[in-house]
Design a protein around this ligand. Structure first.
Ligand SMILES: C[S@@+](CC[C@H](N)C(=O)[O-])C[C@H]1O[C@@H](n2cnc3c(N)ncnc32)[C@H](O)[C@@H]1O
Length: 285
């Protein structure tokens, strides 16, 4: 249903940082009403400065894997994120993660152990018609192992007012808006609203399950704007539907906007421990 490349479509935003220059994303939408973006772009109300600000300086590592044993300053500051096969470490499933960036000396695929999500989604992802009236879903034509990066959940970044207005206007329809809640010190919560309803990437097709096989982890590369990155929580077989918990599961860091309390949507994930309703973020209603 998806495939083939059309890079012009993806590089349409001048606001995306230099790091996306070598991101490869060969997917596109079949519906002419939906526009593809490989990564988050500023939407109404977003702080555009955040998209043009460098999150941190770079390391001077010229080669090697930017691992702790190589004394990479990025890794020293934010910890080791991935194993030697670029799989997310168990200790990092709750995030947040910071990868090396375009200011670092270790530029380039395969030369740095601290870069994964910035190279784009995994190949072989397929949109298909999911069961139980869930609409479309996403599956993979190759086996995925625990910690494998699947894709970003990318779209327009909104402020709260715009997210709220869109969520309210959308009650009763499929909802794509996600709220990332990052818990900072002193009880502060940093909220990021991502809406791939009209401008989004391949991640927008992933359905919810109360017993998911994938999880969303916030990752920063060049800018302070977090990417909602989806990683395999366990082995995912060929053709098995990829799902994550819209309520964030254990980490409780993401939540989708599903209809508000009065219009809660029934969950059709079909697992024994199903919570019967899709999770939702009450702050938007
Ligand atoms: C982010 S979209 C997922 C992709 C969507 N299925 C599509 O066809 O484009 C979220 C919407 O999918 C549907 N959905 C996702 N998971 C579901 C589930 N477990 N049970 C019922 N509907 C689900 C709901 O309508 C929800 O608002």
């Amino acid at each position: 249903m998806l495939k083939s490349s059309n890079m012009e479509e993806y590089n349409s935003s001048d606001d995306c940082s230099a790091i996306e220059d070598y991101m490869i994303d060969n997917y596109h939408h079949t519906s002419p009403d939906i526009f593809y973006t490989a990564t988050n772009i500023p939407g109404p109300g977003a702080n555009t400065e955040d998209f043009n600000t460098q999150f941190m300086g770079g390391c001077a590592c010229k080669e090697g894997r930017c691992h702790i044993e190589n004394n990479c300053p990025c890794v020293r500051k934010y910890g080791v994120n991935y194993d030697k096969n670029s799989r997310l470490l168990d200790s990092k499933f709750n995030g947040p993660i910071v990868e090396c960036n375009s200011m670092c000396g270790c530029n380039g695929r395969g030369r740095c152990g601290n870069r994964v999500v910035q190279f784009g989604p995994r190949g072989g992802l397929q949109v298909f018609e999911a069961s139980h009236s869930k609409g479309f879903g996403l599956k993979s034509e190759s086996i995925l192992l625990k910690g494998d990066f699947i894709c970003e959940y990318a779209g327009e970044v909104l402020n709260m007012a715009e997210a709220r207005s869109r969520a309210k206007a959308n009650v009763g329809k499929m909802n794509y808006i996600f709220v990332l809640n990052e818990h900072l010190s002193q009880g502060h919560v940093l909220k990021t609203y991502v809406d791939p309803t009209v401008i989004g990437n391949i991640g927008r097709y992933i359905n919810h399950s109360c017993q998911p096989n994938a999880v969303v982890v916030p990752v920063r590369t060049d800018t302070p704007v977090p990417k909602l990155c989806i990683f395999a929580l366990k082995e995912i077989h060929i053709g098995e539907e990829i799902t994550f918990d819209y309520g964030g599961g254990n980490s409780n860091e993401v939540c989708s906007v599903q209809g508000g309390l009065m219009h809660r949507k029934s969950c059709c994930c079909g697992v024994e421990v199903c919570r019967k309703y899709l999770p939702y973020d009450e702050t938007l209603f």
